[in-house]
Design a protein around this ligand. Structure first.
Ligand SMILES: [Zn+2]
Length: 346
């Protein structure tokens, strides 16, 4: 779709409190706004929200004296609705005939070609045009190459906002042409307040599960994910009674995309649990599952440490391969069988 009306999930939202200072500071210097800004920081702290806030301010038709968006004009309204003709949000999604977004593994070159065409058209409403690419490291090599041309010869009044969780994965030729902005990480109290305002129960606990990332915590707070977590962690806490085949069968239910997603979720719980187990074995407190400290220290006493670290690395590897799991059930079974071998008799 190239008419710009295809909207990826999650449009503009009011900026969370922990992003406000950095946004205010950046917008106070908007007369010198860079052609390309690279917003970096951990996943799930609201970098994309920050990018969309910048987009709204840059496209605002009546910004206030401090450079902030007015929130009232048509430009602001269209950004909030995700329909501004001078804004493109490029993410790893493709759109079907009805305009529904479906997630894909990478941002392909045709999306960047659309972007290049867009930057060479004259702006519809305001003088500026803004494109958000999130995450920028999702661009495949040819897409990144195509973007490089726009970065080298930037059209007038065109602003690129690149969002990246892993800037080291970006080609140096891209990263070096962007001004970097580190998105701030929220402290526990402001992140928990933000989650509670969104109706999340046990916000501190879910925030711990997310490693301190509030947006990830918001996803993890989903009741069905919490049920999956509780039952998987119960099983992991008793490795001698753990049934990889039964758990593999649970992952195998439903359509292909569901199986893949369920494997990804299970892998997340397994990874965070293993990280906590390694911490407990080293005498440290669990970071992700503080409510399971008893089970973790009991297991830590009988876990084989070197195989545990090897297992953790294997899980990280498996997560990288998650885009193309051959058989979600078999992957889960193999990982759980291996988990069982980590423990001596308890
Ligand atoms: Zn406005």
């Amino acid at each position: 779709m190239s008419d710009g009306l295809a909207v990826t999930p999650g449009g503009w939202q009011p900026l969370p409190e922990w992003q406000r200072d950095v946004a205010t500071h950046a917008l106070s210097r908007r007369d010198r706004w860079p052609h390309a800004l690279l917003i970096i920081g951990r996943k799930g702290i609201g970098k994309r929200m920050l990018a969309l806030e910048f987009a709204r301010a840059l496209l605002c038709e009546d910004p206030d004296a401090s450079g902030d968006a007015c929130g009232m004009c048509l430009g602001c309204t269209y950004v909030a609705q995700g329909t501004h003709p001078d804004l493109r949000v490029i993410e790893p999604y493709v759109f079907d005939d009805e305009g529904n977004a479906m997630p894909v593994d990478s941002i392909a070159i045709d999306r960047i070609r659309e972007l290049t065409e867009f930057t060479h058209l004259s702006a519809h409403r305001s003088r500026a045009k803004v494109a958000v690419i999130a995450p920028a490291e999702a661009m495949n090599a040819s897409a990144a190459n195509a973007l490089l041309k726009t970065l080298e010869e930037p059209p007038e009044q065109t602003y690129l906002l690149l969002v990246s969780h892993q800037p080291a994965r970006l080609p140096a030729t891209i990263a070096s042409r962007c001004l970097r902005l580190a998105a701030p990480q929220p402290d526990t109290a402001s992140a928990a307040t933000w989650l509670k305002a969104r109706g999340v129960d046990r916000a501190e606990l879910v925030l711990a599960q997310a490693g301190g990332s509030p947006l990830l915590a918001l996803d993890l707070a989903d009741p069905s994910l919490q049920r999956q977590r509780d039952s998987l962690l119960d099983e992991l806490a008793r490795p001698e009674r753990l049934s990889p085949v039964a758990l593999g069968a649970q992952i195998d239910a439903g359509a292909k995309d569901e199986r893949k997603a369920r494997l990804g979720d299970a892998l997340y719980w397994l990874l965070t649990w293993t990280a906590d187990l390694a911490a407990a074995a080293a005498g440290a407190s669990p970071r992700f599952h503080p409510d399971r400290v008893e089970a973790l220290s009991r297991l830590a006493a009988r876990v084989a440490r070197v195989p545990l670290f090897r297992y953790y690395r294997a899980l990280l590897q498996q997560r990288l391969l998650l885009a193309h799991p051959l058989q979600p059930r078999l992957v889960a079974e193999a990982l759980l069988f291996e988990y069982r071998t980590l423990f001596g008799r308890g």
